[in-house]
Design a protein around this ligand. Sequence first.
Ligand code: AMP
Ligand code: GLY
Length: 435
Amino acid sequence: MNVLVVGGGGREHAIAAAIAQSRKDPLIFAVMAKKNPGIARLCHDFLLEKETEVKKIVSYANNNNIDLAFIGPEAPLAVGLADALSDIGIGVVGPKKAVAKIEFDKAWARNFMRKHGIAGCPVFEVFNEREPMFDFIEKLGNVAIKPAGLTGGKGVKVMGDQLPTIKDAQEYASLLLESGSVVVEENLVGEEFTLQAFVDGDHLAFAPTVQDHKRAFENDLGPNTGGMGSYSDAGEILPFLCAEDVKQAKSIMEHTVKELYAETGVKYKGVLYGQFMITKNGPQIIEFNARFGDPEAMNVLPLLQTDIVDVMSAIVSGTLDKLDVRFNKLATVCKYAVPAGYPDNPSKDKEVSIGDVGDALVFYASVYEENNKIYTTGSRAIAVVGIADSISKAEKKAQEALDNIVGDLHFRRDIGTSSLIQKRIDHMKEIRGKS
Ligand code: AMP
Ligand code: GLY
């Protein structure tokens, strides 16, 4: 069995590591823009190429008799890589362009949710003109402003420390309007969580819920990043959620998959990522992504008990309901080491040395190797994952590992700590009105 992994980040390292554990003993191939040393070590062969070079990837897959492909990032999905690989008979985990649109066109996604009555869609409008947009921002009063296209999670700004006043929100929206449509929506108040599922077109197999930390600095301050770290609890429910919240979020995702087919006639096959805000009115949808989250993939994939190659085959054949997809009931804490100054003014080409990480997992992201040394590139560099029977034990493992990774690096010490978790719990109690 020949399996292709597309993408070269921490998420794809976690995907490749899960495939490498398969009892089917597959040969792993990869396509990545830059050589990720962690993925390269797991591969039989790899192609260094931009993940959006559809023709070159298809020909590489064809020449290497690829049976199954797992597409990690959103950019290749947005240019139809899943369609092109399926066209030559490869089983693809990663949705076709028509349905991956749920991620890469935020305006389309919101209109789709409204049209199909998907629960948990916030009040929003899409704008191409300034005046009505300014009026709507004033009317809503507390808004989130989003460019309609892909921005790597960094184009969204919400009112608060990022946009202190209505005028700031209007100015930012006006700036975004210069490069395309702008989505203005209500600023949802609550706690965020991520729910990811394998999807075979009809059935969903859910991973445990995860909480990511988008802001660059401790106490959730500073600019948005791709994600600085994330945690999950032993079991599928985060400490600030209740079973009903997760049940509702699952049902929203199931409904979404069904309606995506009704809207497009294309079955969604891959990973669906629901980013939710748990509010006093239950889970509200911040956005959907058409792939695993990065870092959230690194929380859930190491817990997957079921052989991932079986999961991939079931996604392709539409038989996920026949497979018992299980995750170990352990807590995980993932923390990213990022270059100092990330994301606005990151240092680059600085050596990173990895010391004793104990039994924490290490996933390489945007780093390169030269003469057996690892260097940063300016983006998120290396992630560590601690796994234990409680979040606080997992956090200690991750932090100890991180303390032995040396370089011109920054990380968030607070992710997964008991005091931060308690803050989340208290915040939700306050929101639900039980405090
Ligand atoms: P996104 O790129 O859509 O994931 O947005 C990045 C971050 O902006 C999210 O993780 C949220 O923290 C925040 N955000 C996006 N939309 C909203 C919203 N409607 N209300 C509150 N926060 C939001
Ligand atoms: N961690 C957020 C994302 O992957 O979009």
